[in-house]
Ligand binder design. Structure first.
Ligand SMILES: Cc1ncc(COP(=O)(O)O)c(C=O)c1O
Length: 482
């Protein structure tokens, strides 16, 4: 049930929590922002947090923790072996997911490393609804290949599909018929990150998982963004409104071979986990944990994070808690769409996603990285740090040619319970200003391009003098305002 406002045309997102710890922010003047973004190679990953007014880079490890998480951290039992903290986490996982077997890892990509090492051999394929950067990097590093099977409609920037992350089941069946023996595992990504935090329906997941069972193919769920996905299952999927969240999680865990997640996202903590109902899978993967992560009781995680994770997992069962991200994102998307800004619709989880190609009216070709250019422009316009989720986030083909992204997106992540509504409105205001001045924005070109995960450390420069034109217009419109 939600709280309704008395005299409001549209529902206003309402915080179901109060703020008791705050962090002071600083907004550098616009001239300074141009200098800082260039110092950072026009890569928002390389900006210093102290120079960022609204950090909308990611929701990873930056969601606000609850009072109960903070207090749980105080009782962490810091023993190398047999720690009570580990026992409590195992208990939480058993309760929330119903899975008796748990392998700890220091974060989500560490789980991906273990799965790729254990199961992917050269020439094998990993079908999935859509890739995630680190999952793909680990699979390809050991000689495997990712095959994406999201429905065609999932890649349309705007439509009314409630579950754009769904698999195209016909294509999956065809692939299984043709190449079953080459499949290392089928990976289901909840809250499909790179297509705009778009959810996958429960019925689609169960169809894929049942097919895996029938065909004897290993199934893996990436549950990093499960929290938002659960909210969408409850609110958008017929028949689930009254099903308790825990029942949904148990159903998924029972149907899948393996679930892994980044606890920087699921559980609002740090760390990661691989969980399963099956002892044989646990034993297959176990040896990799002490090799790469740490002993089986902590796997590279700090014990206080493990306590926060246990509590955070319980909080995932509370609709009032898990709704906070999606309703703020929806409010931001709605305000921008009403102004005419091309957004990914319907709004998903994780953040609001601007369709950079449409925003820039196709003027900037993929080889000049429209989403990266827009990320740089938005930092200049408002000290807002988004994340490029377009061609810069792709990796080149083995022969060195560019692989251009299906969608050029600027992601404005909304870390849960971090921003107030007025800050969200400020963000919308600066995006609107940028949209009205979109003809001033130009492209970017590489200065330094790393071979692997180039979006993390790559450096780019503006093509031409467009950033100074933007500053001039900012001063014209906003006077001496920050
Ligand atoms: C869907 C998904 N899978 C895996 C990961 C990797 O997790 P981590 O950043 O903890 O390594 C992420 C992180 O953003 C993610 O969004």
């Amino acid at each position: 049930m939600t709280v309704k406002f008395y005299k409001q045309d549209q529902q206003v997102p309402l915080e179901m929590h109060k703020v008791r710890i705050v962090q002071k922010l600083w907004l550098p003047p616009v001239e300074e922002r141009v200098r800082l973004i260039n110092e950072a190679g026009n890569n928002t990953f390389l900006l210093q947090n102290k120079d960022v007014f609204m950090d909308m880079l990611t929701d990873s490890g930056v969601n606000a923790m609850s009072d109960l998480q903070q207090s749980a951290m105080l009782r962490a039992d810091d023993a190398y072996a047999g720690s009570e903290t580990c026992n409590r986490l195992k208990e939480a996982l058993l309760d929330v997911f119903g899975t008796p077997y748990f392998l700890p890892a220091h974060q989500g990509r560490a789980c991906e490393n273990i799965l790729a090492e254990a199961y992917v051999k050269p020439g094998m394929i990993c079908p999935m609804n859509f890739h995630f950067t680190t999952a793909k990097a680990h699979i390809t590093r050991v000689g495997g290949e990712v095959v994406e099977l999201v429905t065609e409609k999932g890649l349309e920037p705007v439509n009314d599909m409630p579950f754009k992350g769904n698999f195209d089941i016909d294509r999956l069946k065809k692939l299984v018929a043709e190449r079953k023996q080459d499949i290392a595992f089928i990976r289901i990504e909840t809250g499909t990150n790179l297509i705009g935090g778009q959810p996958i329906s429960m019925s689609n997941m169960l169809e894929v998982l049942n097919l895996c069972r029938r065909e004897g193919i290993r199934s893996v769920i990436d549950a990093s963004l499960l929290q938002d996905n659960l909210y969408f299952i409850k609110t958008r999927e017929p028949g689930y409104r009254d099903v308790p969240i825990k029942d949904i999680m148990h159903q998924l865990a029972a149907a899948a071979d393996i679930i892994y997640f980044s606890s920087r996202k699921l559980g609002f903590s740090r760390g990661g986990a691989i969980i399963t109902m099956h002892e044989n899978i646990y034993r297959e993967l176990m040896e990799y944990v002490p090799l790469y992560e740490g002993f089986l009781t902590y796997g590279g995680m700090e014990v206080r994070s493990m306590e926060a994770m246990s509590q955070g997992l319980y909080e995932t069962l509370d609709m009032e808690i898990i709704s906070q991200g999606p309703i703020f994102i929806e409010a931001l998307v709605r305000e921008l769409v009403d102004y005419g800004v091309p957004m990914i619709e319907p709004a998903g989880g994780l953040g609001a996603h601007i369709n950079a190609t449409a925003f820039l009216e196709g003027r900037i070709p993929s080889c000049q990285y429209p989403a990266g250019a827009l990320a740089s422009a938005l930092y200049i316009a408002g000290g807002i740090r988004g994340m490029e989720r377009g061609s810069i986030s792709e990796q080149r083909e083995p022969d060195g040619t560019e692989r251009y992204a299906a969608l050029e997106l600027l992601r404005l992540a909304v870390p849960r319970r971090v921003f107030t509504l007025s800050q969200i409105k400020y963000c919308a205001d600066r995006v609107k200003w940028l949209y009205d001045n979109r003809e001033l924005i130009g492209g970017l070109s590489w200065v330094e391009e790393p071979k692997v995960l180039r979006f993390f450390f790559g450096r780019l420069a503006p093509i031409g003098n467009w950033q100074n034109d933007l500053v001039r217009k900012f001063r014209e419109d906003f006077g001496d305002s920050l």
